[in-house]
Design a protein around this ligand. Structure first.
Ligand code: PBG
Ligand code: ZN
Length: 325
């Protein structure tokens, strides 16, 4: 029994207005980054079976997708290419006529105020599907860095607003900072995929980018069991000059988000990945959860754990729900 004079938590839960007054964290559309897939050589958007509501856009369709996102209040998109020009090194990405450069230019032209971010990696552009140059059955760190530097400069020349290296090569941020500065792009920020795990939650993404990749990325992405290492690697990226840090995936790594938040004052992003999206969609379609409530609770959990920015395939839907209040 609650005796007289005893503290009662429920006093501040009595009405919606009171609950809002003491709410500790909030979602806002300004925090969202929408991932967009662009495929070359297609005439119609291609739905991604495992991710209902997500499509691979045609290059022309990308412009409309950016405008639609802007109209819903979203201020940033991150671009992924689905290439028809793959080779051993992913050389299409350092061509000014390549899909990455074209998509950046298309997105910027469609809505110049949109923050256009490029996912900088090679896996969507290599015929073997690895995130860099393969030497003796493994991805060669430093050869990949040299290629990545070329790729980042081309992205900047195409008009990108932010570079987001996702390949988990050691030394990436330092090398990219130097390359960008050397080419006159001192003003272009780097959002590093600083704590990116070798996660099973990426399954549907590999469908999405039409990757035939069957191998493993365990020699470059982080072991899902490691929290201390995740913190150390994000702090290393901060030292190398990362402007924004990131944890990926989201829901299974809230402790990592929280840990980085305690130790770094850089803005912190989280990536709610394809598998997280697919699970919620599948469960909602089966009628076993309330989609809107589960999405908002999951995105809210990222904020509570310490994220400032949220990369999510739900960005447009969530923007709509936030507008409804
Ligand atoms: C590859 C890359 C991956 C994602 C974005 N860039 C995954 C991978 O390692 O294959 C995952 C995105 C998602 O699952 O939504 N550099
Ligand atoms: Zn990659």
């Amino acid at each position: 029994m609650n005796t007289p004079g005893q503290f009662r938590f429920r006093r501040l839960r009595r009405s919606d207005s009171l609950r809002r007054l003491v709410r500790e964290t909030r979602l806002h559309v300004d925090d969202f980054i929408l991932p967009l897939f662009v495929e070359e050589g297609i005439d119609e958007p291609v739905p991604i079976a495992s991710m209902p509501g997500v499509v691979r856009h045609t290059e022309e369709g990308l412009a409309q997708a950016v405008q639609r996102a802007w109209a819903s209040g979203i201020k940033a998109v991150i671009l992924f290419g689905v290439s028809r020009h793959k080779d051993g090194q992913g050389s299409d990405t350092w061509s000014r006529q390549g899909l990455m450069a074209r998509s950046i230019a298309t997105a910027k032209a469609a809505q110049p105020q949109m923050v256009v971010i490029s996912d900088n990696c090679f896996c969507e552009y290599t015929d073997h599907g690895h995130c860099g140059v393969v030497v003796e059955d493994d991805v060669d760190n430093d050869a990949t860095l040299a290629n990545l530097a070329r790729q980042a400069v081309v992205a900047a020349e195409a008009g990108v607003d932010m570079i987001a290296p996702s390949g988990m090569m050691d030394g990436t941020v330092g090398v990219l900072r130097e390359a960008l500065d050397g080419a006159g792009f001192q003003h272009i920020p780097i959002m590093s995929y600083s704590s990116k795990f070798a996660s099973a939650f990426y399954g549907p993404f590999r469908d999405a980018v039409d990757s035939s990749f069957k191998g493993s990325r365990d020699t470059y992405q982080m072991d899902v069991a490691n929290g201390r290492e995740a913190l150390a690697e994000s702090l290393r990226d901060e030292q190398e000059g990362a402007d924004i840090l990131m944890v990926k995936p989201g829901i299974a790594f809230l402790d990592v988000l929280h840990g980085i938040r305690q130790r770094s004052s850089r803005p912190l992003a989280v990536y709610q990945v394809s598998g997280e999206y697919a699970m919620i969609k599948a469960a909602a379609a089966a009628g076993v959860i309330d989609e809107r409530a589960v999405v908002m609770e999951s995105l809210g959990a990222f904020k509570r754990a310490g994220a400032d920015l949220i990369i999510t395939y739900f960005a447009e839907q969530a923007a709509g729900w936030l507008q409804q209040g």
